[in-house]
Design a protein around this ligand. Structure first.
Ligand code: ATP
Length: 323
């Protein structure tokens, strides 16, 4: 393994730069030639590939976003597109690719390896934490901290006005940001795609708490919950409990941005280092994850296929702590 390229693909997440830095510097340490590919698989297709050295990744560990940019590529879904992309790798003699992204990006990487025999390593770069085989994904911790900071502020104003705020956080298919930020901010209810919501129970608990004058001012909803997000929940609550002063706040893209937390920088650095080690040891087509604080390798097809389950304990904690 002498020539390795790195790319970021799919949705961006804070900490991707720290991962790029770790991949490039570890590769150089071991005498590899390193390349960056711009805008995910688009750059591979359009031959936007350039050599990287230690200096190319200077002063980026603290920066959000990704210096390699990220994108989604329709053409890469086709075999002909992938053939074109691989030709650009082959003409430079690139014989290993590190893909930083989510499950879609890993599916692309798996195709590169099965169809064209290009060894690939996946690093989980997504704020959603929706990949099997890792306790953390790069960007998740920062996204949760951003949400917590924003929700704390909303709570202050909610409290001052005795308002109920329904706050929507990111997570189309995964409720981890909602769960972690909701528990950390003392939410009354947390609504996530992985668990069925009994809306009658939510209404009943709001009115019961109102009766005993317990201040209830926060519900956290993942954007992909079964009702379709905070606006839909607010509509139901307003219909059923019209006297409550109910407001909605949708946090949106602030959750993707910002300087990565120490935790995200740390896991990105560890994962980037192990991506190169893994290629050198011939452990190909795996995702590098962290399980119980140990580095864990999961075959890409399993990381994509298996779903993380949310233990019912989590929701029980929410219920008990909000009583
Ligand atoms: P996020 O979790 O943030 O959405 P992701 O990696 O899942 O990130 P996707 O948009 O699903 O993001 O995928 C990124 C890119 O990976 C796609 O634009 C495409 O180029 C490639 N890709 C995804 N699925 C496939 C597939 N089935 N075959 C080939 N390439 C794919």
């Amino acid at each position: 393994m002498t020539k390795v390229a790195v790319l970021t693909s799919g949705g961006d997440s804070p900490g991707m730069n720290a991962a790029i830095r770790a991949v490039v510097r570890t590769g150089i340490y071991y005498g590899m030639e390193m390349f960056g590919i711009m805008r995910g698989y688009n750059g591979m297709l359009e031959d936007d590939i350039f050599p990287m050295n230690s200096r190319s990744v200077a002063n980026i560990i603290q920066r959000g976003g990704t210096i390699l940019k990220t994108a989604r590529s329709k053409e890469f879904f086709t075999y002909e597109g992938r053939q074109k992309a691989v030709a650009n790798l082959e003409k430079r003699g690139i014989n290993g690719v590190v893909v930083i992204g989510g499950d879609g990006s890993f599916t692309g990487a798996l195709k590169l390896s099965t169809e064209f025999n290009i060894p690939c390593i996946g690093l989980p770069g997504t704020i959603d934490k929706d990949l099997y085989g890792t306790d953390f994904t790069i960007g998740f911790d920062t996204a949760v901290n951003t949400a917590v900071e924003a929700i704390d502020k909303i709570r202050d104003t909610a409290d001052a006005h005795d308002r109920l705020f329904i706050v929507e956080v990111m997570g189309r298919h995964a409720g981890y940001i909602a769960l972690h930020s909701g528990i950390s901010t003392g939410a009354e209810n947390i609504l996530i795609p992985e668990a069925e919501t009994n809306i009658e129970e939510v209404i009943a608990s709001l009115s019961e708490k109102e009766k005993r004058k317990k201040l209830v001012n926060l519900i956290v909803v993942a954007e992909g919950d079964e009702f379709g997000g905070a606006n839909q929940i607010a509509k139901i609550v307003k219909e059923r409990l019209p006297h409550l002063d109910t407001r909605v706040s949708i946090l949106g893209h602030i959750q993707r941005g910002g300087s990565p937390s120490a935790m995200d920088r740390l896991i990105a650095s560890r994962m980037g280092y192990h991506a190169i080690e893994s290629l050198m040891e011939g452990r190909h087509n795996v995702m590098v994850g962290v399980l119980n604080n140990e580095i864990a390798y999961t075959p890409l097809e399993i990381a994509i296929r298996e779903k993380q389950s949310i233990s019912s304990d989590w929701l029980r904690i929410v219920k008990i702590l909000a009583s």
